[in-house]
Ligand binder design. Structure first.
Ligand SMILES: *[C@@H]1O[C@H](CO)[C@@H](O)[C@H](O)[C@H]1NC(C)=O
Ligand SMILES: *[C@@H]1O[C@H](CO)[C@@H](O)[C@H](O)[C@H]1NC(C)=O
Ligand SMILES: *[C@@H]1O[C@H](CO)[C@@H](O)[C@H](O)[C@H]1NC(C)=O
Ligand SMILES: *[C@@H]1O[C@H](CO)[C@@H](O)[C@H](O)[C@H]1NC(C)=O
Ligand SMILES: *[C@@H]1O[C@H](CO)[C@@H](O)[C@H](O)[C@H]1NC(C)=O
Ligand SMILES: *[C@@H]1O[C@H](CO)[C@@H](O)[C@H](O)[C@H]1NC(C)=O
Ligand SMILES: *[C@@H]1O[C@H](CO)[C@@H](O)[C@H](O)[C@H]1NC(C)=O
Length: 458
């Protein structure tokens, strides 16, 4: 149908071009020549319409008769008006609307009516020495301009998606030979298997309707003389719920579907889903394998001191027209409040101070130790025991027994804990030459210490 429209409009353009270039339709018969600018003339009901014609004759001073006749499917053929020289003879039945002003052959119809739609013939006869005549045919299309089209959507209350069908009907109260076109959101309609047009294009069937059909539809009504466009109409389509989600303040959200809220902090959750009509919202708390309804409406406010440490909540949406529902679950975890967070911060600061203090003390002690060692050196002399003879040991033993050691006693002393004789190992006696041999024998637990005392003799 849209194609027909296109062809028709291009036809109009062609006629317009014809008009523009003044194609000459020449009726030649004898010496009379008739010229018309265009063979198709479009008339608007109620307005005057001119049927322009020129003719020429070779000779002057002769009788000239101009005759207009009309023929249509409904009324057949009839004489409209005739003039001989400058004398008009209008048809008594139709003549009151047809005007001719000889010698011009141009016919004026005022006002033009729908019944004037048809074929017109102009005939010019010249009676001189010889009788000659010429005729030319013109086509007149008379139309009523289209009024503003109105689109009705059916069912008027709305259609449920995937269930109902919808019909859009375009009507014009006035207008003849109207053809219809549809625009979807201002663009030419692309048909699909779900969209069917009636034969006259006045109606658009959508079967079944979907949410995608929720657009502005415009009906364009046109005829050869006018174009008029309807107000856009969006059919009422019930759909959803879609895109269900729960929102809260972003600072509470820790991951998808998990919110952490400080104890004592008030918190809100907003549930939203795309749906027509608006959803019915209900909230549930899930705890201990029990689902408890807690609220109705899109926004849930929670006083966090009144809720468990960790609880699951559910937002259920229900579209009471489509009968569809959806639900989403989320978890609320109680975390430290701002106050507790500060307290925690304070205590961690405290322990940090303690750690730093302890470390500093330790470092000071180590430093002190090294300083002391530096200024009060303590020389430890270890001498190879091999340098000492058993006599040294014997002497040492004697000295230790002595009450008052003499100056000569100054030297190197070594205390040796010698194991009990019974514990002496089974070393062959011949190999035991010194006490050292005993001590050195492996597996004998020997403890020895060296004390050095070097008094200065002055
Ligand atoms: C008829 O003749 C007049 C003047 O002679 C001219 O202006 C007009 O364009 C002609 N019309 C046609 C249809 O030839
Ligand atoms: C028509 O007009 C021509 C010249 O203009 C004249 O010769 C002729 O007699 C007229 N005919 C009639 C019937 O008046
Ligand atoms: C459309 O029709 C209305 C009347 O229904 C009219 O007032 C208006 O001018 C028309 N518009 C066009 C563009 O023809
Ligand atoms: C919608 O139209 C289809 C055919 O296009 C028909 O089979 C179906 O019954 C209609 N549904 C309703 C609800 O009218
Ligand atoms: C239809 O058009 C109006 C105005 O341009 C706009 O406000 C509305 O959202 C549109 N509706 C749809 C379904 O596109
Ligand atoms: C359906 O839900 C809407 C919006 O919540 C409400 O206004 C309407 O009364 C409900 N209709 C029925 C039949 O429950
Ligand atoms: C929850 O309750 C249902 C029915 O009352 C039961 O079958 C299920 O095992 C329970 N689940 C837990 C985790 O207690």
């Amino acid at each position: 149908m849209g194609r027909d429209v296109f062809m028709h409009s291009s036809g109009r353009t062609a006629h317009f071009l014809l008009f523009e270039i003044w194609i000459l339709a020449i009726g030649t018969c004898g010496t009379v020549t008739i010229t018309v600018p265009t063979e198709l003339i479009l008339g608007i009901v109620g307005q005057p319409l001119l049927l322009p014609v020129n003719y020429s004759t070779e000779t002057k001073d002769q009788d000239i008769q101009i005759t207009w006749t009309f023929q249509s499917h409904s009324s057949g053929s009839m004489l409209l008006i005739t003039a001989i020289n400058n004398t008009l003879t209008p048809d008594m039945e139709h003549g009151h609307r047809f005007f001719l002003s000889p010698p011009s052959a141009t016919l004026l119809i005022n006002p033009v009516e729908l019944c004037d739609d048809g074929e017109y013939t102009i005939k010019v006869t010249v009676a001189g020495e010889k009788l000659t005549s010429a005729s030319q045919q013109l086509t007149v299309h008379v139309n009523v301009p289209v009024s503003k089209p109105v689109v009705h959507s059916d069912p008027a209350w709305g259609a449920v998606e995937y269930v109902d069908n919808a019909t859009l009907t375009c009507t014009v109260s006035e207008g003849t030979k109207v053809i219809y076109q549809w625009l979807k959101d201002g663009k030419p309609f692309r048909t699909s298997t779900r969209h069917i047009f009636s034969a006259d294009n006045k109606m658009l069937f959508i079967s079944p309707v979907l949410k995608d059909d929720l657009c502005n539809y415009t009906c364009v009504a046109k005829n050869p003389i006018s174009v008029n466009e309807s107000e856009p109409i969006a059919p009422n389509i019930y759909y959803g719920p879609y895109d269900l989600m729960v929102k809260s303040e972003p600072r509470f959200k820790i991951s998808e579907g998990v919110f952490a809220v400080g104890k004592g902090e008030p918190v809100w959750f907003k549930c939203s889903a795309n749906s027509n009509p608006p959803n019915v919202y209900s909230w549930f708390q899930k705890a201990n394998n029990k689902t408890t309804p807690i609220h109705r409406g899109p926004v849930l406010n929670i006083r966090s001191e009144k809720v468990p440490e960790k609880a699951d909540y559910m937002c259920c949406v229900y579209n009471n027209i489509t009968g569809k529902r959806d639900e989403t679950q989320f978890t609320v975890i109680l975390s430290a409040t701002g106050k507790e967070r500060q307290k925690q911060k304070g205590s961690s600061l405290h322990s940090l101070v303690i750690i730093v203090g302890l470390s500093l003390t330790l470092i000071a002690c180590i430093l002190l130790y090294f300083l002391l060692r530096r200024y009060f050196p303590r020389k430890v002399i270890t001498k190879e025991r091999n340098y000492r003879t058993p006599t040294d040991y014997i002497r040492a033993h004697q000295v230790s027994a002595d009450q008052e050691p003499s100056v000569e006693d100054c030297g190197i002393y070594e205390f040796v804990a010698v194991p009990e004789p019974a514990d002496f190992p089974q070393v062959p006696p011949d190999k035991l030459s010194t006490v050292y041999d005993i001590i050195r024998v492996p597996d004998i637990h020997t403890v020895y210490d060296v004390i050095c005392q070097t008094p200065k003799t002055s």
